[in-house]
Design a protein around this ligand. Structure first.
Ligand SMILES: Cc1ncc(COP(=O)(O)O)c(C=O)c1O
Length: 351
């Protein structure tokens, strides 16, 4: 993310530095205000009442939470159903916990949503965890509330914990707001959702996020974290509170910037003869590689970087079903993106 953190957030953090009450260890009670703000946001935005004491947990980014959750709930050998392609911390956490991964293929013909009917019965029976992530990194796909209800029904049938990584909550260009998993599981029977302030609020380096949902899952994750960390600095939480409860115009400004970048990139790609779909969400584009490269996305990215200096993420790096694709991150101005696409066009012609 190349955009700066909004000034009112930086100010809240700067003020905290001079307040000695923020300098000590941060125990659970010290982040009560942050948890209350999160709970209010869920009530207002999604119409889901949440208990900030038992159903919200402060995290050091959602990467930390999604990677630690499997340690809290998986026994070695339990199966985790993960999106393929998917975000690496989902995979890493299951590996650390000794779990077995069943990759749910996310295919273009299914709008990059998993087809639950293809999961073998014996795998479903041994599954303890399913991880979804919409808006999705890397495919940019979004999900509907009906899809979340179907996922919940599947998890109910097989007694599976339903995890939703909502890192790109608010990073949607239309159909606001994107549904939360808790709108499907309003009773919070088996679901937990993760959010980070890195994306919509531009706080990537500050490391702050939250988990929200089923109280037993929150408690289990809290126990793992109790052995690992004492939370982040209070000043960062004050910045996060300013982000969530303060002026929201910077979120819209950020979205407008990404929309302009997206439009410039997609249009420029069309002009070099590489047509790609217009993403509805996130800060990425997910591009199907030209035929010559479709069986080796890593080779494409390696050669593109070596010959042009342009970095893209190989689809295969996100899982087997990501092969044949490449992810471009829209982390430069429209002018720079147009120039980069022109260079990509020259690279393709020369290769
Ligand atoms: C799907 C997804 N989950 C989690 C994260 C991690 O966010 P953070 O680094 O803020 O913890 C990212 C960041 O790229 C992401 O794309």
């Amino acid at each position: 993310m190349d955009l700066p953190t909004p000034p009112h957030v930086l100010q809240a953090i700067a003020d905290a530095l001079h307040d000695p009450t923020t300098h000590g260890y941060q125990l659970f009670r010290n982040n009560a205000q942050f948890r209350q703000v999160v709970a209010q946001r869920y009530a207002q935005t999604f119409g889901v009442p949440v208990d900030p004491e038992t159903e919200v947990l402060t995290l050091i980014g959602s990467q930390e939470g999604t990677a630690h959750l499997p340690l809290a709930v998986l026994n070695p050998g339990d199966v985790a159903l993960l999106g393929d392609p998917g975000y690496p911390s989902h995979y890493g956490g299951v590996h650390l916990a000794g779990g077995e991964i069943y990759p749910m293929a996310l295919l273009a013909e299914n709008q990059f949503l998993p087809d639950f009917s293809t999961i073998p019965q014996d795998v479903a029976q041994r599954s303890r965890l399913m991880v979804l992530n919409y808006p999705h990194n890397p495919t940019t796909a979004t999900a509907t509330l009906d899809f979340f209800k179907d996922a919940l029904a599947f998890c109910d049938r097989h007694d599976i914990i339903l995890v939703h990584d909502f890192a790109y909550d608010q990073m949607v260009f239309r159909d606001h707001p994107h549904p939360s998993i808790l709108q499907a599981d309003t009773q919070k029977r088996r679901s937990i959702e993760f959010f980070t302030l890195s994306k919509a609020y531009g706080m990537g380096g500050f490391r702050v996020g939250y988990a929200i949902g089923n109280a037993e899952l929150i408690k289990a994750l809290k126990q793992v974290k109790a052995a690992v960390d004492f939370n982040q600095y209070q000043g960062i939480l004050r910045g996060a509170i300013a982000s969530l409860a303060g002026d929201q115009s910077s979120v819209q400004d950020r979205l407008t910037i990404f929309q302009q970048r997206r439009n410039a990139f997609v249009e420029a790609m069309g002009a070099i003869g590489w047509a790609i779909p217009t993403p509805k969400a996130t800060m990425f584009t997910w591009a199907k590689l030209p035929e010559k490269w479709e069986s080796d996305s890593i080779k494409f990215c390696t050669e593109l970087l070596a010959k042009t200096g342009i970095a893209a993420a190989a689809g295969y790096g996100f899982g087997k079903s990501g092969e044949g694709y490449v992810r471009f991150a829209l982390v430069r101005s429209p002018e720079e993106l147009r120039a980069a696409v022109k260079t990509i066009g020259e690279f393709l012609r020369a290769s």
